[in-house]
Design a protein around this ligand. Structure first.
Ligand code: PGA
Length: 250
């Protein structure tokens, strides 16, 4: 049975003190969660977060990974470095990376390979912009992003990968895809995975929804057949808000 996964994406928020405080507040609130829980924190918070998470089942995630093992890549962080920090998950290809930092399907694929090499579970983000949705290109975009991300990735690796469907127009805007929209769009991604890797792999793959998911809409979204979790931005920055998403069934 696959386990749902709710991951917080802190983005560029929280220094060391805030990290310690937020995790301390969060731990008791999510200790009975049915879903797997993760917090994806800025690189500078990873070591402190790891320590703060001790005694809980909450997993630790980073927000990016470079494809090279080491070398002249100023400002980048390697898989080896993340592994040393005992990072469990890493977000790859978030739309903010694609939009502001030149991330492409090819770099997403290279980073995905690095994560798998270092045994860090990737959360691979895909999603269309508002212009693409309005132009009727949702399917085309998601198929291109999925094919690009998964190029040369073998079937056996799929069990370690999580996909996050995040419509760009729903991120940080307060606009959520309706649960039906999210469900139907995730079905497109799953169908593509089925074509690439077969039905059992596609069924077992965990696909999250992300984009203004919060305490109010989590239950309805999570009830959908295709939705196996959430990637939570804004609502992951407050312990109570995030715990209410995590405990969507309570
Ligand atoms: P949001 O962000 O929940 O603030 O919309 C989600 C994300 O970008 O991962």
């Amino acid at each position: 049975m696959k386990k749902n996964i709710i991951a917080g994406n802190w983005k560029m928020n929280n220094g060391l003190t805030e990290t310690i405080e937020l995790i301390a507040a969060l731990k008791p609130l999510v200790k009975d969660a049915e879903a797997e829980v993760a917090v994806c924190v800025p690189f500078t918070d990873l070591a402190v977060a790891k320590k703060a998470l001790k005694g809980s089942k909450i997993k630790l995630g980073a927000q990016n990974i470079h494809w090279a093992d080491k070398g002249a890549f100023t400002g980048e962080i390697s898989g080896a470095m993340l592994k040393e920090l005992k990072v469990d998950y890493v977000i790859i290809g978030h739309s903010e990376r694609r939009q502001y930092f030149g991330e492409t399907d090819a770099t997403v694929n290279a980073r995905l390979k690095a994560a798998l090499k270092y045994d860090i579970k990737p959360i691979v983000c895909v999603g269309e912009t508002l212009a693409e949705r309005e132009a009727g290109k949702v399917e085309e975009v998601l198929i291109r992003q999925t094919e690009g991300a998964f190029a040369d990735i073998d079937k056996a690796s799929l069990k370690n990968i999580v996909v996050a469907y995040e419509p760009v127009w729903a991120i940080g805007t307060g606009k959520t895809a309706t649960s039906d929209e999210a469900n139907d769009t995730i079905a497109i991604i799953r169908k593509k995975i089925q074509k690439l890797y077969g039905s059992p792999v596609a069924k077992a793959l965990r696909i999250q929804y992300g984009g203004s998911m919060n305490a109010k809409n989590a239950k309805e979204l999570m009830a959908k057949e295709q939705i196996d979790g959430g990637l939570i931005g804004g609502a992951s920055l407050k312990a109570v808000d995030f715990s209410q998403v995590v405990n969507y069934n309570a």
